[in-house]
Each structure stands twice: as C-alpha cells, then as structure tokens.
Design a binder for this molecule. Structure first.
Ligand code: HEC
Ligand code: HEC
Ligand code: HEC
Ligand code: HEC
Length: 496
C-alpha cells in the first residue's frame, strides 16, 4: 500500500477525496436536518373540524370531517403487496416453516398462525383464527376479553363504560357483539382536540411503574407511543387476565425474561419436552428503540405513516403498511440511494437474520425431541429441570426475535445477538441431554423428524386438525353472524 501522502500528490485523487468528504458531510447534514424538520413539521394541522362524541368508535363518522386521513386509512384493507419477508398479503406462516408447529406444541399457536395484515383486518383475523375461533377449544378453555385489547376502537369505548378490569375479566365471546370496528381513529386520537392520545391503560401503567409519566410525552414521542399501545411484548397477569407489559426490570429480551422468571410465569408446558415455556408477543416498539433509526430519534410514523400530498394538500398517510411498498415517501425523504438499493439493504438484513433464526429452530426442534426421548428413557425430574430451563431460555430468544415482523430491519444487531445467544443455550441443553440419554442406554442420535409439511408437523405433535377446522366453521357460520347482527342493530340506533 502507498502511504497516504502519496495519494494526495495526485491532484485528481486529492480533489476526488476532498469532494467525497464534503459529499459525505453534506449527506449526513441532510439526514440530520430532515429528521429535525420532520419533528417540527409534525405539529401542523391539529384543528378540530367536528364535534365527535368522546366514545365514537366508528371511523366513518370521523371520516366526514377528515376525508384525506380517512380515505388513506381505508387502504389498510389492501392485501396486494408482498415483500420478500413481509407485506400485507395472506401468509400461512406454519406452512412456510413447519418447525414452528413443533416449537409451539401444546400451545394454541401450533394450530394456526398467519402473518399480520393491514389494520382493517384486525377484528376479522382474530375471529378467524383457531386460537380464539374454536368455541369448544378444550385445551385453553374460553379466551378472556383481553384478547380483544389490541384490535379495535370499540375497546376504549367499552373500557370507559365497564372499567378495564371488568373488560379483561369478561369472556372473549361475551364481547363479540360489541367489538366490531377494526383499529381506527379513536385508538390514536382524542376526538375533541385531535391530538394523539393513549387509549390503552396498560402502556401508561407500564411507564408509570418505571417512574415515567406518559401524559407528559412530547408530540414527537407520541408518534411512536400510539403504536406502542399494541406493538409490544405483553402478558395476561393473574386470574383476571389483566393486560400487563413486563417492563419493570427493563425492556430488553434479557430483562423481560428476568421479570417473567421472578414472577414464576409460564405461558404453557411444552407437549413434547415438558419445558415451562414463554411465548413472546410482538416486541416491535422495544426492539425498534435499540436500532440505529430508534437511536437517531425517528418515530414509527416516519416510515409507516409518511407525509403524502394530494390535490395540493399535505397530510399524514394513514395507510399503515410495509414501507417497502412506498420507499419514495418512507425512505427517500432522508436517503438519496435508489429504491432498489434501499430495498436490498432491508432484505440483506432480513436474509441474514433468517439464516441464523432457522439454525436456532433446528437446534430447538432437536432439543424438544431429545428431551421427550430422555423422559421416555426414564430420566428423573432433578436431571431434567436445568435442561428444560435452558430450552425455555433458548426458545424465548427465538420467539422474541421472530414474533416482530419488522425486527430484522429495525435492529439487526440486537436480533443477531439474541439468536446467537439462543443457539448457545439450546446447544448447551443438547449436550446435557446427550449425557442423560447415554446414562440411560440411549447411545444413538435421536433422528430429526420428517416435518417437511405443516400436515406432517401437526401429525408429529398429535393435533387432529379436521375436527378443529370443522368446529371453527361452525363458529364462523353460526355464532359470528349473530354477533354482527346485534352490533349492527346497536350502531343503527346511534346518531349518524
Ligand atoms: C389498537 C392496536 C394497534 C395500534 C394502536 C397499532 N397497531 Fe399495528 N397492528 C395491530 C394488529 C392487531 C395488527 C395485525 C392485523 C391483522 O393481521 O389482522 C397490526 C398490523 C400492523 C402492520 C402490518 C400491516 C401489513 O400490511 O402487513 C404494521 C406495519 C403496523 N401494524 C404498524 C403500526 C404502526 C406504525 C402503528 C402506530 C402508528 C400501529 N401499527 C398501531 C394493532 C395495532
Ligand atoms: C395507529 C394510530 C392512528 C390511527 C388509527 C389514526 N391516526 Fe391520525 N394520526 C396518527 C399519527 C401518528 C399522525 C401524525 C402525527 C404528526 O406527525 O403530527 C396522525 C395525524 C392525523 C391528523 C393531523 C393531520 C395530518 O394528516 O397529519 C388527522 C386530522 C388525523 N390523523 C385523522 C385521523 C382519522 C380521521 C383517523 C381515522 C380514520 C385516524 N387519524 C386514525 C395516528 C393515527
Ligand atoms: C427521517 C429520516 C430517515 C428515514 C425516513 C429513513 N432513514 Fe434510514 N437512516 C436515517 C439515519 C439518521 C440513519 C443513521 C445514519 C447516521 O446517523 O449516520 C439511517 C441509517 C440507515 C441505514 C444504515 C443502518 C445500519 O444498519 O447501519 C439503512 C440501511 C437505512 N437507514 C435504510 C432506510 C430505509 C430502508 C428506510 C425506509 C424504510 C429509511 N432508512 C428511512 C434516517 C432515516
Ligand atoms: C426507518 C424506517 C422504519 C421505522 C422508523 C419503523 N419501521 Fe417498521 N418496518 C420498516 C421496514 C423496512 C420493515 C420491513 C417491511 C417488509 O419486510 O416488507 C418494517 C416492518 C414492520 C412491521 C411488519 C410489517 C410487515 O409487512 O410484515 C411492523 C409491524 C412494524 N414494522 C412496526 C413498526 C413500529 C411499531 C415502529 C415503531 C416502534 C416501526 N415499525 C418503525 C421500517 C421502519
């Protein structure tokens, strides 16, 4: 290599280097100014144009006063876009990756799990899923009202009337005729002032326990906090199934695990390994904060609700979706690279995370089956307990990394760390299992199961899907139409 001074003797090169340095400086400057101007700009247009009732859950009523926001909000029903790893199209996740059936054996997620779609489907999708939809779901019993908590503006309406404890404690099916409008204006806005607001007490309570008063949040913070009402890790606490965020010790995967461990909390016992498992929900907000965009002060709305101009009017695009279907408005306001390049940047991070994630899944499938074999070979609880603990820890990291669909882009470094730790913990469990097995005379490898399809995986864990699907059909054709009729009668009686 030539010493640096040599390069500078070449006037062309020196000039190019100088320009490149200035260019980088200007580029960074542009990024910073655009973050700053967007924060300032976001204070515009909060003039109230209508007298909307404090519990108005029908977004179409709000739409009369705010037609631009309303029309774009309606577009969340568009299912046309599919990116490499996300998008709004229907995706049967268990069919795409049958290992997940084995990882969730004994838990309702192993029956049916589809990728999230637009907000317009929130209510419909929670009815249509076997996890709630089968009325005679014998292994879980009737689900609590809490399952509706992040689906609808009817939830703040009902909570105001019933109180949040009574809402959570109700049976899921008892609220079916009440919760009908998909995520809408009342979830995020105060009808009187149109300011962003927190409609879900669980978020405010979680911050309060950390000593933070969320009612003092800035407008810029609210542009993420409205999303954090639902896009977070949570659990149903105590016999009344009170919606609670496990943030008291901190908001990382390790700190939330410590919280659950100290509360002795277990979501379910794994059907094959008998490990006391945790299920992660979708910690999008917590993970996002750990990535570079979160650290630079961006909000969810910057990429998922960018500004849009229509007929000379500038407003916030309420078509919340994958930013990859809208790179021009979502990314190129700050980045000057082409849409192809930016999409490639996203996919590269997702592909690499996916590779490690699948490696961890294979480790976990093997660990669950080896633990099953160890029990069958006569292993005792004392020997198994530390092993099952390791399986719980490894799978918690996998689930946390996988459950948030945006994680791999939002914070690839943190997710990579989590999955790496998961592999180490899972392999540690397997080393211990090999010893337990060989002590009891099992000297050969437990074969990897044939789970090439979802059907084969369901067979392996002993689920009778025909029966479950028939029950679901009965529910959808007999119960749901009655709910909808009742809901319509109620809404027809309200002022338009
Ligand atoms: C009241 C709860 C709630 C709030 C508030 C909420 N979401 Fe969601 N979000 C959901 C649910 C539930 C789904 C899954 C809907 C389905 O698949 O039926 C979802 C899905 C999504 C998706 C996937 C859409 C697609 O087309 O694939 C994105 C992106 C998203 N939300 C972003 C956001 C952002 C950004 C905010 C804040 C501006 C936000 N959400 C606020 C509950 C919420
Ligand atoms: C998931 C949360 C969410 C939902 C649901 C939602 N909004 Fe918004 N809304 C926002 C955010 C975030 C902003 C942008 C705030 C900012 O940057 O100043 C916003 C801004 C607005 C504004 C200010 C003007 C503008 O365009 O920036 C109006 C008016 C508005 N929304 C109306 C509505 C109406 C009407 C509905 C229902 C059809 C609705 N919103 C549903 C989150 C939401
Ligand atoms: C409001 C401005 C803004 C928007 C919108 C934005 N970014 Fe960024 N982006 C930044 C900043 C700031 C950084 C950090 C760079 C720095 O500080 O030097 C960054 C960093 C990145 C990086 C490098 C991250 C890494 O892993 O090191 C990528 C890739 C990226 N952005 C892609 C995107 C994509 C794709 C979108 C749209 C979905 C997007 N950005 C939207 C401001 C933005
Ligand atoms: C810098 C831009 C950026 C910001 C800011 C951002 N996201 Fe994302 N988000 C993305 C990209 C890019 C994807 C990947 C989309 C894909 O794969 O199609 C994504 C994916 C998602 C998904 C899955 C969507 C799908 O189609 O599968 C959800 C849900 C989500 N983000 C929620 C959030 C929430 C909540 C916040 C704030 C806490 C947030 N995002 C902040 C860029 C961003």
């Amino acid at each position: 290599m030539k010493p640096l001074q040599e390069w500078f003797k070449n006037p062309w090169l020196a000039g190019t280097l100088f320009l490149a340095t200035v260019g980088i400086g200007v580029g960074v400057g542009l990024l910073l100014t655009s973050v700053a101007t967007r924060k300032a700009e976001s204070r515009f247009a909060y003039t109230t144009k209508a007298d909307i009732a404090p519990d108005e859950s029908r977004s179409e009523v709000w739409g009369k006063a705010y037609p631009l926001e309303y029309e774009s909000w309606k577009e969340t029903s568009d299912t046309g876009f599919r990116s490499k790893h996300g998008g709004s199209a229907f995706r049967d996740v268990l069919a795409e990756d049958p290992r997940m059936v084995v990882l969730w054996a004994g838990y309702a997620f192993s029956k049916e799990y589809n990728q999230s779609r637009g907000h317009a489907y929130a209510v419909q999708d929670v009815r249509n899923i076997l996890r709630t939809g089968a009325p005679n779901d014998t292994d879980k019993g009737p689900q609590p009202g809490t399952c509706w908590a992040c689906k609808s503006p009817d939830v703040p309406r009902l909570m105001a009337k019933m109180g949040d404890s009574a809402f959570y404690g109700a049976k899921w099916s008892d609220l079916g005729a009440q919760v009908v409008n998909p995520i809408g204006c009342l979830d995020c806005h105060d009808p009187k002032t149109m300011a962003l607001r927190i409609s879900r007490p669980a978020l405010a309570d979680a911050f309060m326990r950390q000593g933070k008063d969320i009612t003092k949040a800035t407008h810029a913070e609210m542009r993420s906090l409205v999303c954090a009402q639902c896009h977070v890790e949570y659990y149903f606490k105590g016999p009344n199934k009170h919606l609670t965020f496990p943030w008291d010790s901190g908001m990382t995967v390790d700190k939330m695990e410590a919280y659950y461990d100290s509360a002795n909390f277990t979501d379910w016992t794994h059907a094959l390994s008998k490990a006391p498992m945790l299920k992660a929900q979708h910690p999008d907000f917590e993970v996002f904060k750990m990535g570079i965009h979160g650290q630079r002060g961006l909000a969810c709305a910057d990429c998922h609700m960018p500004y849009k101009t229509q007929g000379g009017m500038k407003f916030t695009d309420h078509h919340i979706r994958s930013p990859l279907s809208n790179v021009a408005n979502s990314c190129q306001v700050c980045h000057r690279e082409s849409a192809e390049e930016l999409t490639r940047n996203v996919e590269e991070r997702q592909d690499k995370i996916q590779q490690t994630r699948i490696q961890l899944e294979d480790v976990l499938v093997r660990a669950h089956l080896e633990a099953k074999a160890a029990w069958e070979a006569g292993a005792d609880t004392a020997a198994m307990k530390p092993i099952l603990r390791l399986i719980r820890k490894a799978q918690w990291r996998w689930d946390f990394a996988t459950a948030g669909n945006g994680n791999a882009f939002h914070a690839p470094l943190e997710i990579g760390r989590m999955l790496g730790n998961g592999i180490a913990l899972g392999q540690e469990a397997r080393i211990k299992l090999a010893r337990v097995l060989s002590d009891r005379g099992v000297k050969t490898e437990i074969p990897y199961p044939d789970i090439a399809t979802k059907g084969k995986a369901h067979e392996l864990i002993g689920l009778k899907m025909d029966k479950l699907n028939a029950e679901k059909q009965t529910f959808l054709t007999k119960v749901v139409p009655v709910w909808l009729q009742k809901a319509k009668a109620r809404e027809d009686s309200l002022p338009k």
